[in-house]
Design a protein around this ligand. Structure first.
Ligand SMILES: [Zn+2]
Length: 456
């Protein structure tokens, strides 16, 4: 059956690429300052695709922002497991349009890649689910698992209403496992299941000393400098190698298992590749040795100053500034809690404010890290299906970024398997200019999901 599935899907690829191109043509950018009618239009297009694919109970689930998630289902039998399939139909803005080599909202094939905003992130996820549904129906004569689809409309703008949608529709969406097709492969032709995500948080800190900037000749000396005070506080947060110095900050951290460490090692990440991908200057040393790069990226917290401001470069004169501001971002490793870590960071900063300066700390909403237990048999089934589809062994990887949805699914449905897959790869440039999808992996991804359903 495996070969038949592969050849059927291969024949249908032009059609699946055409469906994907139809979605890419809609600039469904879910940011307030863009025309939100396109998000509605893409939701309607997904809805029509659901109806055309024979899904039933097709409907919009609308969050407070009005950017619909689209739901549909294909139920076979109460005796079969139910899998909820997630992807999102909204996209990031095109960024600097003049840097695109092809029109961002016209899917354009060049060689083995399809260029266009949303090709990889995450409209390919939508089509992968629909294509796998079509194939599993054909191959198993309606004997496949129950499949429920939820395609979100505001992932790129922060999924603000997604928790509400999940809570209010928990019964409708009830399932035994979730596939979140919004991540990617470690490299081309390297099937990957992401098993951990880092969390995040941030605080904005403002130190204020005077009512307005002052002539430094007339006033500096007796009056403390807020910029220096803020720099001293920032310098106390971590040592020169990036190790966080806030006491007990890493309590609760879940270290990687030996299996995970072995899997990371098998990926062959080298310092050379990493430096090159990140554009690190030749003379700059990394914070960690080569064999700790992926562990540092996926399984340890980090703290960075994403903005620092006091006066402005164009107006830099002999001025004692009235205030200084920094936005300090944190990435949290599995086992850490976003709220707790944000509070600890704020308290640590507050305790060091000198000279009784005015200090205002604004905490941003964070996202918790995510770690999944891979011992559930569905992981083995998915990993086998992916290995067969790609013709290459499946890797278990981590991800340094955050996807709030993963934890929301966990909170809603309990400890069910959440399979994080997807079709991004290191060259896909999701969120940047010239986003693209590697088409051989698109095909393998559809085969993998079909084989997975067949194994259930
Ligand atoms: Zn995405």
């Amino acid at each position: 059956m495996e070969n038949q599935i592969k050849s059927e899907i291969h024949k249908k690829m032009p059609e699946y690429i055409e469906l994907l191109s139809r979605l890419v043509a809609i600039p469904s950018i879910s940011f307030d300052n863009f025309d939100q009618s396109f998000v509605l239009k893409s939701a309607e297009t997904v809805k029509q695709m659901f109806i055309d694919a024979g899904l039933t109970n097709v409907q919009f689930l609308i969050p407070p922002s009005g950017r619909p998630s689209v739901y549909g289902e294909s139920l076979t039998s109460p005796d079969k497991p139910t899998v909820l399939l997630y992807a999102h139909h909204d996209v990031q803005p095109p960024m600097r349009e003049k840097l695109w080599n092809t029109p961002p909202f016209t899917a354009t094939q060049k060689g083995d890649r399809l260029f266009g905003r949303g090709t990889a992130d995450d409209k390919a996820g939508v089509i992968t689910h629909l294509a796998a549904l079509e194939q599993v129906r054909k191959q198993l004569n309606g004997n496949g698992p129950n499949l429920k689809f939820i395609i979100e409309g505001e992932e790129e703008s922060g999924s603000a209403g997604f928790e509400k949608i999940l809570k209010e529709n928990a019964e409708l969406l009830k399932c035994d496992a979730v596939i979140v097709a919004d991540l990617g492969n470690f490299a081309k032709n390297t099937p990957s299941i992401t098993t951990t995500l880092r969390g995040m948080g941030a605080v904005g800190v403002t130190l204020r000393v005077t009512k307005a900037p002052l002539h430094s000749g007339s006033w500096s000396g007796p009056i403390p400098d807020p910029a220096q005070a803020l720099c001293r506080i920032i310098a106390s947060l971590a040592d020169k190698d990036g190790k966080i110095l806030i006491p007990h900050y890493e309590d609760g951290l879940i270290p990687p298992t030996q299996e995970e460490l072995d899997s990371y090692k098998s990926l062959g990440m080298t310092e050379k590749i990493f430096r090159n991908d990140g554009g690190v200057l030749d003379q700059v040393n990394l914070n960690v040795p080569e064999d700790e790069i992926l562990i540092s990226l996926w399984r340890r917290p980090s703290i960075i100053v994403s903005t620092i401001e006091s006066g402005s470069r164009v107006n830099a004169g002999n001025v004692l500034q009235d205030s200084a501001y920094a936005r300090i971002g944190i990435r949290l490793a599995p086992g850490m809690d976003a709220q707790k870590c944000t509070d600890m960071l704020a308290d640590f900063i507050n305790a060091q404010v000198p000279n009784n300066m005015e200090c205002v700390i604004e905490k941003e909403d964070g996202a918790n890290p995510f770690v999944t237990d891979t011992t559930h048999p569905f992981f083995k089934k998915m990993s086998d299906a992916m290995s067969d589809a790609y013709g290459s062994p499946t890797k278990f990887i981590g991800c340094g970024a955050s996807i709030p949805g993963a934890e929301l699914f966990r909170n809603t449905f309990g400890n069910i398997p959440i399979l994080l897959t997807g079709l991004e790869d290191p060259e896909c440039n999701a969120h940047g200019e010239n986003e693209s999808l590697y088409l051989p992996d698109f095909e393998s991804g559809i085969v993998a999901e079909t084989l997975f359903f067949a194994k259930l």
